[in-house]
Each structure stands twice: as C-alpha cells, then as structure tokens.
Write a protein that binds this ligand. Structure first.
Ligand SMILES: [Zn+2]
Length: 123
C-alpha cells in the first residue's frame, strides 16, 4: 500500500501526536550491579552474591552520570527509557517523512513557477 504524499505540516502534526504518547522519554542504561559492602563477615558478601542494586548511567554534555535507582522505582525508570528508545526510532522516521514532504513541496513550487512563466511570456 502506498502512503499518500504528506505536507510538512502533516508530518509535524503526526510527530507531535506520536511523541505525546512517549512522555517522559529518556536515554541511558539501567543495569543491576552487585556491590560489596563495608561490613565484616557479611553473609551476602562472603557468598559472592554481594548486594544487588540498580544503577542508571549515561552521558550528558560530554560528562558521564551514574545514579542509584531504588528497586521500587525501577519499573517507572525503565518505562521512561523504553519511551526514549521509541522516541529515537520515531525521530528517524520523522526526518525521512519530513524531508520527503519538503522535497515534494519544493517540486510543486518549481512546477508552479515554470507554469506561470509559460503563461506570461516575457515581452
Ligand atoms: Zn555485604
């Protein structure tokens, strides 16, 4: 099925509608770490299991960040990251559709100008 030719404004409207459903959107990596503690003779540390905790890390403005995430907040943070990946995909789709729409609009403009020039021959 061929999609109909969109205008740049239609692409903007489509993007806004899709992006609104991906709120909030974030980027980063959420990982489970197993860190040792400072207690002596800790059963968890001695067993090698240590102390699992979630950490969110990534980069912003050229600097690394690393944030501890309490277990009960993990689902919400993960949803934010899922939205971020979906938004990234949406942005790729958007730039393709938007560029195609701009090119189509430009072609129409060029055709319109040449049509007008044909109707009004220079004296
Ligand atoms: Zn321990």
């Amino acid at each position: 099925m061929r999609r109909k030719i969109e205008s740049p404004t239609e692409v903007q409207r489509w993007f806004r509608k899709q992006a609104a459903e991906l709120d909030p959107a974030g980027l980063g990596s959420l990982t489970l770490r197993h860190n040792p503690c400072v207690r002596e003779h800790c059963a968890a540390c001695l067993s090698g299991e240590k102390h699992p905790s979630h950490v969110l890390y990534g980069r912003t403005q050229g600097r690394r960040f690393c944030i501890y995430v309490p277990d009960e907040l993990v689902p919400e943070v993960r949803r934010c990251l899922d939205n971020g990946l979906a938004l990234q995909e949406l942005m790729y789709q958007t730039v393709i559709r938007f560029t195609k729409a701009l090119k189509h609009k430009r072609t129409q403009r060029v055709q319109k100008v040449s049509h007008e020039q044909n109707r009004q021959p220079s004296s």
